[in-house]
Design a protein around this ligand. Structure first.
Ligand code: GDG
Length: 500
């Protein structure tokens, strides 16, 4: 690639905490950072992001620092965009997380649409665009991430008509009837159309985008070639589900320390069966519904009482929002109820950890779990499902996965459930616990093959290819992804976008 890569995302790899003792850099948790930091560590470049700092009445100018890779040697530049308390409240907690996030996950009733939030969203997007522009040199490639920064492509395009701009949208892109509810849907669509290449996990999300661009904005779209023409430019829509660094997870899983810790976890839990989920604490992740499903399972299948422990790791997220605080209380009440109903002096059915674990500890939990129960109500993709598979060293382990996670259309081998139906989830969860060994191994072997093949590197290469093809239509055939959902062919089609 000529030029450097300039990544632009709301959350960067670190959160900066300021106290009387000075500044502390804390690693942030989330799918996007987990996926992109290895890329920056390997290739260098610039990462423009908000550093989690708050409380500045008047914003300091952006700060810049070098971040060395974990192995030393290479480094990348982290340029921090500093936001005021007001901007954070309105742009981040407001428009991004109380309007776009619920809307794109089909929680229309949870949406709050406030003019003040939108105004700040516009202002903050301009701030990120200015930070990126300050770093720009000839030949650089800009790669913007996620729903917080939908206006940045158009803002940069106006200033630099020739700039190469890619965007990846990490969450679902909703159907037109849902996006139409957003008072600023046209502005968001026009913002995204400033890109050359617009990436989504699934073809279905890309198709939703094209329909929205056509119906709400009047763009000309070509669904076969997956592109939109708008203001004299062609924008290619690509679908490629993000992968995980399979080999890195395998190396992590092989560490004697991780294996010893996995054995210790099992010993401490003390039951022959261990089930696991790890999520940011978010209503989209279906944590409460999962606890209810476990309650039904223990009610209907008394043989699992005393034999099955469910570990729920809930990483704190968006804690300033009242509805997240309320949800946390509801989850903790449900955990207490299930433990009260089915627990005893030497048995705790649910182990609930409200904290973020270190990578090694998380890998040890992945290894210790006989079953992963990953049942979001809606999820763009879900990396935890893939990480669980990548962290296994043999063909043991069963993945129970929500139909409404983007990963479901790719991960044949998983047992799919409707997370809105706790009875079905309980039944499938029990089935997973009792799966015959041959079926278990066949399912896990298929999962491992898929996660190994369509890994992070594959995803990045898809992105480089799409960027190299640029905005111009091309006709070549693409390799299809194996998948399921509505038959192999259709699923493959959904998972990889056509080229335009
Ligand atoms: C968005 C989309 C899409 C979780 N707990 C801990 C921890 N994690 C890490 C996991 C994983 C990441 O956080 C979560 O990724 P997900 O994909 O599950 O979910 P989102 O954060 O909502 O991500 C999602 C993703 O972007 C990528 O495009 O898949 O659909 O919503 O990497 O490992 N990490 C550590 N401790 C924890 O306790 N260290």
């Amino acid at each position: 690639m000529k030029g450097r890569l300039i990544l632009v995302s709301n959350r960067g790899p670190y959160v900066f905490l300021e106290s009387a003792a000075g500044e502390e850099m804390v690693r942030s948790v989330g799918g996007l950072v987990a996926a992109l930091e290895p890329l920056m560590e390997a290739n260098g470049g610039v990462w423009v992001a908000w550093g989690g700092r708050r409380g500045h009445a008047s914003p300091a100018p952006s700060r810049r620092r070098k971040v060395a890779s974990a192995e030393g040697g290479s480094h990348y530049v982290l340029r921090e965009t500093v936001l005021t308390e007001e901007e954070l409240r309105c742009y981040y907690y407001g428009f991004a997380n109380s309007a776009l996030w619920p809307l794109c996950h089909y929680f229309v009733g949870r949406c709050q649409f406030e003019q003040e939030h939108w105004d700040n969203y516009v202002r903050v997007n301009a701030k990120f665009a200015a930070s990126a522009q300050a770093e720009l040199s000839q030949g650089d490639l800009i790669w913007i991430h996620d729903y917080h920064l939908a206006l940045v492509p158009e803002l940069l395009r106006r200033a630099h008509p020739e700039l190469r701009i890619a965007f990846f949208w990490h969450i679902p892109f909703p159907q037109v009837d849902v996006l139409a509810v957003l008072p600023w849907a046209r502005e968001v669509l026009a913002g995204l159309l400033g890109s050359d290449v617009l990436g989504f996990h699934l073809r279905e999300y890309g198709e939703n985008f094209l329909t929205c661009a056509e119906k709400l904005l009047g763009a000309e779209v070509d669904r076969e070639r997956m592109c939109a023409s708008w203001r004299g430019r062609t924008v290619r829509v690509r679908a490629a589900p993000i992968g995980v660094d399979y080999q890195a997870f395998q190396r992590l899983a092989r560490r004697p320390r991780v294996q010893a810790r996995a054995a210790e976890i099992r010993r401490q839990l003390g039951t022959p069966l261990v089930a696991l989920s790890a999520d940011r604490l978010d209503y989209t992740k279906g944590i409460l519904e999962r606890i209810l499903a476990l309650e039904i399972l223990l009610e209907r299948y008394p043989e699992y009482r005393g034999r099955l422990t469910f570990v729920q790791v809930a990483a704190p997220s968006r804690t300033a929002l009242a509805e997240y605080q309320k949800m946390r209380r509801q989850i903790e009440e449900a955990v207490g109820r299930v433990n009260g109903r089915f627990g005893s002096d030497d048995y705790t059915p649910v182990r609930y950890y409200y904290r973020s674990l270190g990578r090694e500890e998380l890998a040890a939990y992945y290894q210790a779990a006989d079953v992963a129960v990953i049942t979001p109500l809606r999820d763009g993709l879900n990396l935890v499902a893939k990480e669980y598979v990548a962290a296994r060293l043999d063909d043991e382990g069963v993945l129970v996965l929500s139909r409404f996670a983007g990963a479901a259309s790719q991960l044949s081998g998983a047992i799919l459930v409707n997370p809105y139906n706790p009875l079905e989830t309980a039944e499938k969860w029990a089935e997973a616990c009792a799966l015959p060994p041959e079926e278990r191994r066949a399912r896990m072997a298929a999962l491992r093959e898929n996660v190994r093949r369509y890994d992070l590197q594959w995803w990045l290469e898809e992105f480089w290819k799409a960027m190299a093809e640029g905005g111009a239509p091309a006709d070549e055939e693409e390799e299809a992804l194996p998948g399921r959902c509505c038959g192999e062919e259709e699923a493959a089609d959904r998972a990889t976008g056509g080229s335009c």
